[in-house]
Design a binder for this molecule. Structure first.
Ligand code: NAP
Length: 251
């Protein structure tokens, strides 16, 4: 193993790691020397990414827990700690998008967005803190927010509320666990081409989105990995409570 790797011998748990930005981050972390627990609601996608990580010469564990189910999350974290002994890095990446005007959004749709995007961050973070980071007085927590609550946009109120919650959660938790040697930060991506956005970025909407981006291109998952590796590594040792915007110049 290369001594210059930024995450050498670290254990990372990535939720929503079966595709999109979570998958890109899992592969980047392994390239930097980490072993990875790949969680995804789609277990077969989690297994595929775990196999890709193993082919890079690192250990990986696939898990299919729904992050909005606190018991399933606790089982996943215990399984990961049983296998690897610790979790050094948590990436809360699992998320869902709902594009609907407020009057058309029913209670269940609102509830599901909050359950996955906000409750899921709470359940995973609480469990990893309790079972590994607080006892070890060390850890890096990185959660996925969005530029949506920062710039305001129509037809995404539930999503913006959930991601705004992640930003507030990140700031508050950073104060609570900072003295335990734990860094808590968030990433707010702009517009990134993934399965989550493929229905939203079509034809004229895609042109409209592109015009709002300084670099005039929609991002790809690998545009986010440098920031994720930075926040997971000792390069960001003196940073906590921050939400880093990675949007090609939108906000
Ligand atoms: P993606 O390609 O759809 O990946 C998200 C992954 O999360 C999917 O594999 C999905 O599985 C999984 N997932 C969904 N609900 C889950 C649950 N309850 N438990 C466990 N896994 C679950 O999306 P992405 O664009 O990479 O998004 C990654 C994160 O960035 C999300 O939090 C998203 O909200 C946020 N974000 C995205 C953008 C963007 O433009 N793409 C911008 C800002 C923020 P299934 O496919 O089986 O549902």
């Amino acid at each position: 193993m290369n001594e210059s790797m930024k995450l050498k011998d670290k254990i990372a748990l990535i939720t929503g790691g079966g595709k999109g930005m979570g998958r890109a981050i899992g592969l980047a972390f392994a390239t930097e020397g980490a072993d990875v627990v790949v969680n995804d609601l789609d277990y077969s996608n989690a297994q595929n990414v775990a196999a890709e990580i193993q082919s890079l010469g690192h250990q990986a564990l696939a898990n299919g827990a729904d992050v909005s189910d606190s018991q399933a999350v606790d089982s996943m974290v215990k399984q990961a700690v049983d296998k690897f002994g610790q979790i050094d890095i948590l990436v809360n990446c699992a998320g869902i998008l709902l594009v609907k005007e407020i009057g058309e959004t029913d209670d269940d749709e609102w509830g599901r967005v909050i359950a996955v995007n906000l409750n899921g961050v709470f359940y995973c973070t609480r469990s990893v803190l309790t079972h590994s980071m607080l006892p070890r007085q060390s850890g890096k927590i990185i959660s996925f927010a969005s530029v949506t609550p920062l710039r305001g946009e129509g037809s995404v109120c539930a999503y913006a509320a959930s991601k705004g919650g992640v930003i507030g959660f990140t700031k508050a938790l950073s104060r609570e666990v900072g003295r335990s040697g734990i860094n808590v930060n968030a990433i707010a991506p702009g517009y990134i081409d993934t399965d989550q956005t493929k229905d939203a970025f079509v034809d004229r909407t895609r042109e409209h989105v592109m015009r709002q981006i300084t670099f005039r291109r929609i991002g790809v998952p690998t545009d986010i990995v440098g920031t994720a590796v930075f926040l997971a590594s000792e390069d960001s040792a003196y940073m906590t409570g921050q939400t880093i915007i990675v949007d090609g110049g939108v906000v």
